[in-house]
Design a protein around this ligand. Structure first.
Ligand code: PGA
Length: 252
């Protein structure tokens, strides 16, 4: 399965900081077999696309509208992202679910639209701490991925699945930005369960782990079965750390 390193920059960086990031990356990662992605804020996308030329890093958005165009104040369409040279988008991140009313239904609608129009997708799922404490991790993961399996995967061609158009990110909500990485058993168990659900649908997909991934735990996490890489927030912001994360993933 293809390895993927995706940096979620959240609401960080200016245009100048974005250019500095790609200036340091240069062409150092250009030819590696790992698929490399950064997802900056909308105001940085055009700068990031220009600055990333020759770096081997693809630029993704952090969110899209489920509508194609029209009266949707504050939203960004797939066509507008294509216009900037953006290659894909994160969908269903837990911060979108927690603060901006993203649901499985809206996330699925967005994923279907993006994939249909040729924009790649990192689709995020993950349980909250109260789910885990109540032994509901599998039930939550299943409820989040079922709509995707039922509504989105049947429309996804094998060819686009093979080239990684759709990637799943398992991000336990309690591990995001908290410094509390899930342990190996928890990651192994969740990834095996998600892989099983995808395999039952005859659609194996790369599954990234996210939640306090750092330079020093990336390699160990990526060696766990059914882990194809990382969706990294805080630790992806500095170019030197991004390079080190890439190295750790490449060598896993
Ligand atoms: P973190 O964020 O690496 O800062 O925990 C991960 C994410 O939200 O994708």
């Amino acid at each position: 399965m293809m390895k993927v390193l995706a940096g979620n920059w959240k609401m960080h960086k200016t245009r100048e900081e974005t250019r500095a990031f790609f200036g340091t990356i240069g062409s150092k990662l250009q030819s590696s077999s790992v698929r490399k992605i950064v997802a900056p804020s909308p105001t940085l996308l055009e700068t990031a696309v220009a600055a990333s030329q020759g770096s081997g890093i693809e630029v993704f958005a952090q969110n899209i509208s489920w509508a194609e165009a029209g009266a949707f104040t504050g939203e960004t369409s797939v066509a507008q992202l294509f216009d900037l040279g953006v290659k894909g988008t994160i969908i269903g991140h837990s911060e979108r679910r927690q603060y901006f009313n993203e649901t499985d239904e809206t996330a699925c609608k967005k994923a279907a639209l993006a994939l249909d129009e040729g924009l790649d997708v990192i689709y995020c799922i993950g349980e909250r701490i109260e789910d885990r404490k109540a032994n509901r991790t599998h039930a939550v993961l299943e409820s989040q991925i079922k709509p995707l399996i039922e509504k989105v995967l049947p429309e996804l061609s094998q060819q686009s699945a093979d080239r990684g158009a759709l990637v799943i990110a398992y991000e336990p909500v309690w591990a995001i930005g908290t410094g509390l990485t899930a342990n190996s058993e928890q990651i192994a168990d969740a990834h095996a369960y998600i892989a099983q659900l995808l395999n039952q649908a005859k659609r194996p997909l790369p599954i990234l782990y996210g939640g306090s991934v750092k330079v020093d735990n990336m390699n160990g996490i990526a060696k766990i079965a059914h882990v194809s890489g990382g969706l990294v927030g805080g630790a992806s912001l500095e170019a030197a750390a991004f390079i080190a994360l890439h190295e750790a993933l490449l060598n896993s």
